[in-house]
Structure formats: C-alpha cells, structure tokens
Design a protein around this ligand. Structure first.
Ligand code: ADP
Ligand code: ZN
Length: 211
C-alpha cells in the first residue's frame, strides 16, 4: 500500500505516521524530516531549504519532487510507503502521479483554532521524532519512548506557524479536491483526544484495503 497523509501543520500527520509505520511495517517518508536532516548536516539541499523552512514557506517544487522521487526508488519502498508532508501543492501531486501509484490518502481535518497552541507548545524528540506538548510533559525534557532529548522546532513560533497555516490553506488544501476526484480520499477528524483514538479509526479503514 502506498499512502499519503494529508492535513494542516499540527493536525497530527507525523504522530500517526510513526504509529502506522510500526504497525504496517512501511517506511515513513517525511519531507520535513528530510529537510531538517539536510539542514543539520549543512548539505547544499539543507542550505537552500533553510531559507524557506525558517519563514514557513514551501521549498520549491522541483527540488522537493526530485528528493521524493529518489527516495521512493529505494528498495525499502517496494512493498509500500507512507508519505508525510508530500505532496503539498497541486504541482507536486501531478509530479507524483508520474512516478508513483497512490492507493489511499488519509486526510486529517482539524479545527484551525487548535493548531496555533498545539504547534507553539510542541516539543519533538531529537532521536525518534515523537511529538509532545508542554501541557502534558509536566516539565520532562526527555522522550518517554526512547529517552532522547526534546527540543522545540525553529519553525514552531507564532509568526512562522501563521505563515505555515496560510500556505496550507492556499496551496495544500486544494489537494483534498484533487484526491476526492480520484476517489481515494479517506476523511478523518483530528481532535484533542489522545492520538490512539484517531490511530484506531485510521487502522480500521486501512485494514479493509488489500495489501
Ligand atoms: P508541518 O507539517 O508541521 O508544517 P513539516 O515537517 O512537514 O511540518 O515541514 C516543515 C517545513 O519543511 C515546511 O514548512 C516547508 O518549508 C518544508 N517542506 C516540507 N515538506 C514540503 C513539501 N512537500 N514541499 C515544500 N516544502 C516542504
Ligand atoms: Zn524519542
């Protein structure tokens, strides 16, 4: 199964992707993680990406599509994969159609009013990528899953979050129609319930599909 996770920043795509990847044994491919890794390592892609991610804008389609195309060609993707954060524009979706066959798009709808507080209070594990919120951490600074150090992403500040939400509305939300027309969109609602609730709902749908 080749699956796309779609949803606004903070909707919970990454959290669900980690869990889905464990359950179905499929690689979790996050373009955001790929860019952050490149930025950390100071690669040419990282230097380019940083100027966009710092402002909450999208890295140009051409660069992003090339990275994903290369990644999907690797051996571990032969039996299926989870795309998290790609595609994010119609141009990217059309490019993807040329080198991949997508079986389902998991769309997480969420009330926008929840997102600012979620993202600005988010802390992420440096080792395994798990997300937490300061309101439930009780002052903890390490990951409950793996003991890794928690940090705040540079783009999780009010100004950059606002710009990411605007970019989502303008450039990414049109993908909901795009995949609805293809008949492969599965709709879910994100809430402030523990992520296991939504995870159960997503698995119930994916389990019905052929793998
Ligand atoms: P979130 O969904 O929380 O905004 P991501 O980790 O998916 O975070 O992405 C972080 C940043 O990386 C984005 O704001 C953007 O600058 C860049 N990025 C990630 N995926 C893409 C993509 N498909 N196209 C262009 N830029 C991207
Ligand atoms: Zn961790």
């Amino acid at each position: 199964m080749n699956i796309i996770l779609l949803g606004a920043p903070g909707a919970g795509k990454g959290t669900q992707a980690t869990r889905l990847s464990d359950r179905y044994g499929m690689p979790h491919i996050s373009t955001g993680d790929i860019f952050r890794e490149n930025i950390k390592n100071g690669t040419p892609i990282g230097l380019l990406a940083k100027s966009y991610t710092d402002k909450g804008q999208l890295v140009p389609d051409e660069v992003t599509c090339e990275i994903v195309k290369d990644r999907l060609a690797r051996e571990d993707c032969k039996k299926g994969y989870l795309l998290d954060g790609f595609p994010r524009t119609i141009v990217q979706a059309e490019a993807l159609d040329k080198f991949a066959k997508i079986d389902a798009v998991v769309n997480i709808n969420i009330d926008f009013s929840l997102l600012m507080a979620r993202l600005c209070g988010r802390r992420v594990c440096r080792e395994c990528g798990e997300s937490y919120h300061i309101s439930t951490l009780g002052g903890a600074t390490t990951c409950a899953r793996c003991g890794g150090e928690l940090y705040q992403r540079k783009d999780d500040n009010p100004e950059t979050v606002q710009s990411r939400l605007n970019v989502y509305k303008d450039q990414t939300a049109p993908l909901i129609d795009y995949y609805t027309r293809k008949g492969i969109l599965l709709n879910f609602t994100g809430t402030d319930d523990p992520p296991e609730v939504l995870f159960g709902q997503i698995c119930a749908e994916l389990d019905k599909m052929d793998r």
